[in-house]
Design a protein around this ligand. Structure first.
Ligand code: NAP
Length: 326
């Protein structure tokens, strides 16, 4: 008898879950129409996710406005994309550059307005223990990763209101947990916060705001050669008393750990992130958050929900060993 009840319950659950999954899949698969009339502004298109997204959206028929940091980036992108794609030079940390680009975009999009802005440009260096860094290190990165996101968004928000469009902000799993020092996590927590207030404030205008939270992917920001060079540079400029606090072996242990962890964690399939970005831009029902990558979904995100005492113990256990000079 128990077996019969269990079987019945199982069928009831299945009868609810399967239609719900089909409904979710159908909802997620619906895309906006008239892509050829929609303009999408992407920052940081020289390399990495931004470059791939610009090319992907171009292939899908959107009018892509690809903002590049370098002339070389602009030239290379133009060579491999359609005539619909326009490139502009943009330094997101420079308000004049942001303003100039917004004025050019206003002329380009006209009465249609701007369908979406993707705040992708970002940097990850210098990164290291908090007491290895200066306030200027923080200010420089926050200028790009946080103020740049805010400045670019505000500069085109009236155009997005016109199109009842979208803002897509690229944060990181390090906008959820902060396992190392320096401005990177600070900047990404800031992006998450800006994203959340913007989403609430813009909802009455029909503007959708989505946040992308990738895990570790193989791009310039996770390049171990540059990261190791940065750690050595930070160590070399430290006063002797701080070096003594950490001990003579700390730098080498950090470099070894960095190499091993990044090799283990970084995913070479950047399209996992690009598909999330594309969904945020073109889905009829975009998600509010996208966790891109297995490490984001099954490690970093769950870790962000565990009690601080447990996550702190985990991070400290996995940090390079301190052997202060006595
Ligand atoms: N890769 C990851 O594992 C990962 C994980 C989580 C989040 N993210 C985030 O994803 C975004 C894209 O990074 P990515 O991994 O694709 O690395 P990337 O290849 O280095 O892309 C970053 C882009 O931003 C540009 N840029 C740098 N400073 C700029 C400035 N002041 N103004 C305008 N553009 C600027 C870079 O130009 P140049 O190439 O000319 O310097 C580059 O095109 C970043 O916001 C990053 O924080 C990356």
């Amino acid at each position: 008898m128990f077996q019969q009840i269990n079987q019945k319950n199982y069928l009831y659950v299945l009868g609810l879950v399967v239609p719900w999954c089909i409904y979710r899949w159908y909802k997620a698969s619906r895309r906006v129409t008239k892509k050829e009339e929609k303009y999408v502004y992407v920052t940081g298109c020289d390399s990495g996710f931004g470059n791939l997204l610009a090319r992907h959206l171009d292939k899908q028929g959107f009018n892509v406005i690809a903002a590049c940091y370098t002339e070389k980036g602009e030239e290379e992108l133009k060579k491999i994309t359609s005539d619909r794609l326009a490139t502009f030079h943009l330094d997101v940390a420079d308000s004049k550059s942001v303003e100039k680009t917004a004025a050019l975009i206003k002329t380009l999009v006209g009465e249609k307005g701007l369908w979406a802005v993707v705040n992708n440009a970002g940097i990850a260096l210098p990164s290291g223990p908090t007491d290895w860094l200066t306030i200027d290190d923080y200010k420089n990165m926050l200028a790009v990763n946080l103020c740049g996101v805010i400045d670019v968004t505000l500069s085109v928000l009236p155009l997005i209101k016109k199109a009842k469009g979208r803002v897509v902000n690229v944060a990181s799993v390090f906008g959820r947990v902060s396992p190392f020092g320096g401005p990177y996590c600070v900047s990404k927590f800031g992006v998450e916060s800006f994203n959340d207030s913007l989403r609430l404030n813009m909802a009455p205008y029909g503007i959708k705001v989505a946040c992308i939270e990738p895990g570790f992917f193989k791009t310039n920001v996770t390049d171990t050669v540059a990261m190791k060079k940065n750690l050595r540079m930070l160590w070399d400029r430290l006063p002797q008393d701080v070096k003594d606090d950490y001990g003579p072996d700390y730098l080498q242990a950090s470099l070894d750990m960095l190499e091993q962890r990044f090799n283990m964690l970084t995913d070479g399939n950047l399209m996992k992130v690009v598909h999330c970005m594309e969904h945020a831009v073109s889905a009829v029902y975009p998600q509010t958050r996208y966790s891109a990558g297995w490490d984001a979904k099954f490690f970093w995100l769950p870790l962000s929900y565990v009690p601080t005492s447990i996550s702190d113990r985990f991070f400290r256990k996995n940090a390079p060993p301190f052997k202060p000079r006595v």
